[in-house]
Design a protein around this ligand. Structure first.
Ligand code: PXG
Length: 292
């Protein structure tokens, strides 16, 4: 049976419940992280915890425990569920309040940790690369809701995902309100052109992805390529040699067709494949141990 952490206690799938008055449910008022464990270690746990606290700070939400206690709770939840390789969903909701927006009526934030297996894209998609389209729903401007905040309000991304799936492709390219490339629905986007690696800056409406940062480090240390943050248009995607997405869930995956244009050779490119191999090596080496 699964053991799900809520506010210091463990529950089963059947008994793990939160209030219908929780503002996480009523308003998407809360923050979250999606984290991976590999080979008995939680990958980049410190970075995920730091981003969670930053997201919480941005929405004036107090996480009701210390970062150290939270890291220990994540590791313990993995251990109790006998997870060596898996996916952890960490959620901090505003907590139960009343039927009004005012978050100050919520007494205490709730911390939820779910450690389970992840359903990834099918292996064939990693070998062949995926197809994407740009979608009508623009990424939220930072003046409305900053995409750097990993909040529970994911309707913007969900809308884009719906548009992609209804068009018969698994992923969407989201543009910002200026019409430049921001990111995908749950992944950051990179292109390779003439040996250069480019990615939109966070200010274009991208999440400061942890996988994105790892890829930037790997490219610099192992490929001798300094990733440049650049304004990217759809034209840049269409004319790229390679395109790939990065995210905790998807890891690194090639995009080989965008809005009907074949990217490069139409197969995952050489740099993408090297980064995938380097990323897998790193996930084997590093991490916060699940069992002390
Ligand atoms: N952009 C957005 C909007 C995200 O939500 C990323 C980029 C990649 O960031 P990391 O730190 O993971 O490299 C995310 C992360 C999923 C899933 O099941 C993915 C995320 C959130 C929720 C679910 O694919 N995203």
């Amino acid at each position: 049976m699964m053991k799900i952490y809520i506010d210091g206690a463990y529950y089963t799938e059947k008994t793990a419940k939160i209030s219908v008055f929780d503002h996480g449910l009523l308003y998407g008022d809360g923050v979250f992280e999606g984290i991976r464990a590999y080979h008995g270690k939680v990958f980049k746990l410190e970075e995920h915890i730091a981003r969670l606290y930053d997201s919480a700070k941005a929405i004036l939400l107090e996480v009701p425990m210390s970062p150290t206690a939270l890291m220990k709770a994540v590791a313990r939840t993995c251990a109790l569920n006998r997870i060596n390789d898996g996916y952890v969903r960490l959620v901090v909701t505003r907590g139960a309040g009343n039927l009004g927006l005012n978050p100050f009526n919520c007494r205490r934030a709730s911390v939820i940790i779910i450690a389970g297996k992840i359903k990834l894209y099918p292996p064939a998609l990693y070998r062949r690369g995926l197809e994407m389209i740009t979608v009508p729903t623009a990424r939220m401007p930072s003046s409305a809701l900053n995409p750097a905040i990993k909040s529970l309000n994911y309707l913007n991304n969900v809308m884009a995902k719906i548009e992609a799936i209804r068009a018969g492709v698994p992923e969407a390219v989201m543009l910002n309100t200026q019409g430049n490339v921001a990111e995908c629905t749950g992944d950051n986007l990179f292109i390779v052109r003439g040996g250069q690696i480019l990615t939109p800056p966070v200010s274009a409406g991208a999440l400061a992805g942890i996988t994105r940062k790892v890829v930037i480090q790997l490219a610099s240390e192992h490929l001798g390529v300094n990733v440049q943050e650049a304004t990217l248009t759809r034209y840049d995607l269409f004319t790229a040699d390679e395109c790939f997405l990065t995210g905790t869930a998807a890891e690194i995956i090639a995009a080989v067709k965008i809005d009907g244009r074949v990217v490069g050779t139409g197969r995952p490119g050489a740099i993408t494949q090297r980064l995938i191999a380097l990323y897998h090596d790193l996930t084997r080496q590093e991490g916060y141990p699940i069992r002390p």
